[in-house]
Design a protein around this ligand. Structure first.
Ligand code: ARG
Length: 599
């Protein structure tokens, strides 16, 4: 096994049958004696408490059973000490050599010893789904950041991941915009000279053109009954695939894509055009969806609308609330598109897992959609799951709004984060005499600022709400990405200062307590990642990395590296530094966060 933890657990498991046979009369027959339940512990390096459950099952004394496990363990140079404690725990101390040898093997591997999943499958993940002609807001931040981290984590495990950005690019709201554009064909034209200043500027310009179009068409729609009627007719033309109408629609979508990409660039997230498969993409399937649901009786007509009912979904008045697949006027909505998407993802893309990174406030929608798809035979039981995230709150504890009560634009938030982070980087660089150029300060400011926003999001359990507090996010102390980035950069600086001394593992040197603690935590990396991939909980990776940086800080305070007492100790400490840095870097990359070499 690749970890000390797993090898000790394996040794205990192997000793269990003999321990049981020695004590029992008659000896019970079973091939599985359960899990020794080996965990990291404060008492020793590890504690195993599986003997309690096993003794209970066999009707024996747990302390005696634990004692017999100790006797049955073969001699090894890995376990330096083992004792029975309390009601029948085993406290286990491993040897320094076992730790260093294992870490050396991991360090020799490009993947840091992290194995691929044994049975990888195909996951289709629905995330970062902004709406065309609208600004991106904090909700889209969460969906993008969480989704991107999960994509990276799953792919790293060897899972085949298909990304789907189910953007809001269809629906009656486009009738008004398109009609206005048909009547004012130059409304979206680019003003000359406004494109100067990089992708951010052109993204902003695209959004402001869309805002202008929206405001103008809205004003007309609200004041002019005839325009309103023409806008409604335009929806019908859009749905029937009228060429001229589609052309205007494409113009609007294209404009939004310019804007989305500018935001993604700033967020440092890769979104590929081929993965942007919005609501409109399922148009041609909707009739078939309706037909199958109606033929099979999964959906029924109610007041002209095609509805699916659920025993456990009722409104406040006690009446059942249906999922509406088709409106009485024949129009399709959000639910129909999601049902068509499920058929496509399971049937054509071959997904065995469907994930939806979507706001928790859409939980009822997904519950009904999944259940409908299951009844229709399109979705195997349990194959789909909403990764429902909580709300971003302002400092007042209420959903994040501007002072005027409007939703906060994502770009404004990101700009502010980068600005704050740049100030922090500049101050630190001046204090430390790093001699960074303005360009370098700006680059690192962006990496630190965007990292801070992502980390604050990913380090809280996703179902929880969190307060958007930039002061806390860019703080150098505490559970922040900046703290982790500085830990990484500090290690790089030590490695540079070490000059000719190279990192090298020395299993023969005795480890200080802080080195053991750091080493044993490094040993848990692969297992942490496997758990995070299994439960879709990036915050556990963040917590692991934060603890790693904290343990490194303690190590650094207590164990001189460059001025170590001997060459072997120095090299071994440099080795621990290097592996810590590589682990931090890999872990942060999976969260979508950069680790600058100098900070
Ligand atoms: N566009 C929607 C919004 O901004 C989210 C779409 C979620 N995905 C889905 N398949 N329904 O709220």
């Amino acid at each position: 096994a690749a970890t000390v933890h797993q090898r000790v657990a394996d040794a205990l498991s192997a000793a269990l049958p003999e321990a049981v046979a020695l004590g029992a009369d008659p000896s019970p027959r079973s091939s599985s004696w359960g899990d020794p339940m080996l965990r990291r512990s404060d008492r020793a390096d590890f504690q195993a408490n599986g003997m309690l459950a096993l003794a209970k099952k066999l009707g024996g004394n747990p302390r005696e059973l634990a004692g017999r496990v100790v006797a049955a363990l073969p001699e090894t140079d890995e376990i330096a000490g083992i004792e029975v404690s309390g009601p029948g725990f085993l406290n286990i101390t491993v040897s320094d050599a076992a730790i260093v040898r294992t870490l050396a093997a991991r360090a020799a591997d490009e993947r840091l010893g992290v194995p691929y999943a044994e049975r990888p499958g195909t996951t289709v993940i629905d995330y970062s789904q902004p709406n065309v002609a609208k600004e991106m807001h904090v909700g889209h931040l969460r969906s993008t950041v969480i989704g991107d981290a999960i994509v990276q984590i799953l792919e790293h495990q060897g899972e085949k991941v298909v990304r789907r950005h189910h953007i809001g690019d269809w629906g009656t709201q486009f009738g008004m915009l398109i009609q206005y554009l048909v009547e004012h064909p130059h409304e979206l034209d680019h003003a000359s000279g406004e494109e100067a200043g990089g992708s951010g500027a052109s993204g902003e310009a695209a959004m402001s053109r869309l805002n202008r179009l929206y405001k103008a068409s809205r004003a007309l729609f609200d004041s002019d009954e005839e325009f309103k009627a023409r806008a409604r007719d335009r929806v019908v033309l859009l749905q029937s695939g009228d060429q001229a109408t589609l052309e205007m629609w494409r113009k609007i979508v294209g404009e939004s894509m310019i804007y989305f990409h500018a935001v993604y660039d700033q967020l440092d997230v890769e979104i590929r055009d081929a993965d942007v498969v919005g609501e409109s993409a399922y148009n041609d399937d909707l009739q078939q969806v309706v037909k199958e649901l109606e033929d099979s009786g999964v959906a029924v007509r109610s007041d002209g609308a095609l509805c699916v009912f659920f025993d456990d979904v009722k409104g406040p008045d006690g009446k059942p609330v249906p999922l509406i697949v088709q409106k009485s006027n024949g129009g399709f909505g959000y639910a129909a598109t999601d049902l068509a998407a499920i058929r496509d993802r399971v049937g054509k893309l071959g997904a065995d897992t469907l994930l939806y990174v979507v706001d928790a406030r859409q939980a009822l929608h997904f519950k009904m959609v999944f259940e409908t798809a299951r009844r229709a035979g399109w979705l195997p039981e349990g194959a789909a799951r909403q990764l429902a995230f909580g709300t971003v709150l302002g400092k007042d504890g209420k959903p994040f709004k501007t002072r005027e009560g409007e939703t906060v634009r994502l770009v404004d938030l990101l700009d502010e984060a980068v600005e704050r982070a740049t100030a922090v980087v500049r101050e630190k660089a001046e204090q430390g005499g790093l001699g960074l150029t303005e360009e370098e300060i700006a680059e690192r400011g962006a990496q630190v600022g965007i990292g801070a926003v992502k980390y604050a999001d990913l380090s809280t359990s996703m179902s929880r709400d969190y307060v958007f507090d930039l002061d806390r996010m860019v703080s150098l102390n505490g559970d922040t990405s900046v703290y982790l980035q500085y830990a990484y950069a500090r290690i790089q600086s030590i490695l540079r200062k070490a000059g000719d001394a190279r990192p090298a593992a020395h299993p023969e040197v005795e480890l200080a307590p802080a080195e053991r603690a750091l080493g044993l935590h490094l040993d848990e990396f692969a297992e942490t990642l496997a758990g995070v991939a299994e439960t879709y909980e990036p915050h556990k990776l963040a917590a692991y990395l934060y603890q790693l940086a904290s343990l490194y800080t303690t190590f650094y305070d207590q164990c001189p590296v460059i001025r170590a007492e001997s060459d072997a100790v120095r090299e071994n400490r440099l080795f621990l530094c290097d592996l810590t840095a590589r682990t931090l870097r890999q872990g942060m990359a999976l969260l979508g966060i950069r680790t600058p070499e100098r900070l």
